[in-house]
Write a protein that binds this ligand. Sequence first.
Ligand code: ATP
Ligand code: MG
Length: 223
Amino acid sequence: MITLALSKGRIFDETLPLLAAAGIAVDPAIANSRKLILPTADPGLRLIIVRATDVPTYVQYGAADIGVAGRDVLLEHGGEGLYQPVDLGIARCRLSVAAPEGFDYASAVRRGSRLSVATKYLQCAREHFAAKGVHVDLVKLYGSMELAPLVGLADAIVDLVSTGSTLRANHLVEVEQIMPITSRLIVNQASMKTRSDELEPLVAALSAAVAGEGAPAFAGVSE
Ligand code: ATP
Ligand code: MG
């Protein structure tokens, strides 16, 4: 039995069609339930539902053989013990710096001002500003980063942006794009070696689904 770790929300919603294209249907009644362990039409594959930031941890320790995680989450985790064989191209967004409409970020950077930046993405933010030679005090948050500059907790934020509507709603402007983000398939390195007979066909089928090839459908090894 292969265990695939996923987070609910956009990753779950965008992974199910890829699984379906690979020949692995998930019963909609089960997909919409509150269950954390979900069977699929293939008796050789089950899904587990975990928090997005926890997906690499479950796969790293082998509690799941395979998973789907955003590049943002993988960069913060470090990727230890994981293969990243396929970019699924889903949950597409970008990691960006955003600041209040009235804040002249470019000239603050030019002047060499010390900036305070609130983010959930400490590693990515630290690397980005170090590479630019900008001095920053990073403030770690776990959510609602958009609020921080509005109440004086930080000058700017580093957060994920897709349409920009959350930024606009909070009078923030995207002032710098750091990197594009998509979700990747991740595989436990030990599982990939010891269970390659089960995992390789699944990875190949998902890779074909991403490429829009439809086939080969995954015919899992059931047990
Ligand atoms: P929560 O929202 O419950 O705090 P989370 O932010 O960790 O949890 P999601 O919002 O479901 O979880 O995001 C999961 C992944 O989807 C992120 O790691 C990122 O790769 C991607 N993602 C996040 N926000 C967006 C977005 N606005 N547009 C597209 N993809 C996004
Ligand atoms: Mg979120």
